[in-house]
Unconditional design. Structure first.
Length: 262
C-alpha cells in the first residue's frame, strides 16, 4: 500500500529564494532579486562573476535589510551548482523559491547556426536549469514546500523574436515543457512550477541598450504602447513565488505587452 505524502508545510515568514543570472546590472534577475528582498525574502544571487554576485547581494541586503548571499558558479557545472545550493541551504533561511533566470541568447539563423553555438545555448539555458532545479527541488521536497519559476520567452511561443533565433527559442520552449512536467511530478511534495515568458523587455540580452529606431520597430507590435521593463517581469515572478500562488502550477504567464496573445 502506497501512503500519500505528508501535507504541504506552512509558508514560512523567513524564507529564501535563489535567483540565477542575477548579477547583470540591467537584467531581469537583478530586478527580481531586489523585488523579492523588498517583500521580505532572503535572496541568494547566483551568477558567473563571484565579485559581481557579492556586490549585488550586499547592495540588496543594505537596501532592504534582509540576509543575502552572492555566489559565483557556472550553472553548466553540476558539482559547482550543488555546492552553491548547499551553501544557500546552510547559511540562509528555509529555501522556498527558485527563479531560473540565467540564460544566453543567440541571433544566428537556423541555417547558419553551428553545432558549437547550438550546444552553447542549450548547455546554459536547459542543462544549467536542470542542474539548479534538481539540486534545489530535492531540498524543497524534503520540507514539502517550494516555488519554482522558469524564465522562458515569447520567442518560445511564437517561433523566434526580434533577437533570439532557433537555438534560443528551442531552449526556452524546452523550459515550458520542463515546468509542466515539474508541476506534475513535484506537486505531491508541495512544490509548484510555473513559467514566465517575457516579450520585448529592455535588457542587455536583446543585444544591448535599445536605440530609438529599434524601439520604434518593436512598438508597432505592442498594444500597450511601450517597451517592457525588468520591473514588469519581476512583479509577476514575485507573485508566483508568493504564498498566494499556491494553487497555480504548470502555467505560463506572458509578460509581453500584447505582442503575442495566445
Amino acid at each position: 500500500m502506497t501512503l500519500p505524502p505528508p501535507p504541504a508545510a506552512d509558508f514560512p515568514h523567513e524564507r529564501t529564494a535563489i535567483v540565477t543570472g542575477a548579477a547583470s546590472p540591467r537584467g531581469i534577475g537583478r530586478a527580481t532579486a531586489a523585488r523579492l528582498a523588498a517583500e521580505g525574502w532572503s535572496v541568494a544571487v547566483l551568477d558567473l562573476d563571484e565579485a559581481a554576485c557579492r556586490d549585488v547581494a550586499a547592495r540588496i541586503a543594505d537596501e532592504h535589510g534582509v540576509a543575502c548571499l552572492g555566489i559565483g558558479a557556472d550553472i553548466r557545472d553540476r558539482d559547482a551548482v550543488r555546492a552553491a545550493v548547499d551553501r544557500v541551504n546552510g547559511e540562509l533561511p528555509q529555501l522556498v523559491g527558485l527563479v531560473n533566470n540565467a540564460g544566453v541568447s543567440s541571433p544566428v539563423p537556423f541555417l547558419e547556426v553551428s553545432e558549437a553555438e547550438w550546444h552553447r545555448v542549450i548547455d546554459v539555458n536547459l542543462h544549467g536549469t536542470f542542474h539548479v532545479t534538481q539540486a534545489a527541488a530535492k531540498i524543497m521536497a524534503e520540507r514539502r514546500l517550494g516555488r519554482i519559476v522558469n524564465i522562458s520567452s515569447t520567442s518560445a511561443e511564437r517561433g523566434g523574436g526580434v533577437y533570439g533565433r532557433a537555438a534560443y527559442s528551442a531552449s526556452k520552449a524546452a523550459l515550458l515543457g520542463l515546468s509542466r512536467t515539474l508541476a506534475r511530478e513535484l506537486g505531491p511534495y508541495g512544490i509548484t512550477a510555473n513559467s514566465v515568458a517575457p516579450g520585448s523587455i529592455d535588457t542587455d540580452i536583446m543585444g544591448g541598450r535599445l536605440t530609438d529606431e529599434r524601439k520604434a520597430v518593436l512598438l508597432k507590435d505592442l498594444p500597450v504602447g511601450r517597451i517592457g521593463t525588468v520591473r514588469d517581469v519581476a512583479a509577476v515572478v514575485a507573485f508566483l513565488l508568493s504564498e498566494h500562488a499556491g494553487y497555480l502550477t504548470g502555467v505560463t504567464y506572458d509578460v509581453n505587452g500584447g505582442s503575442h496573445i495566445a
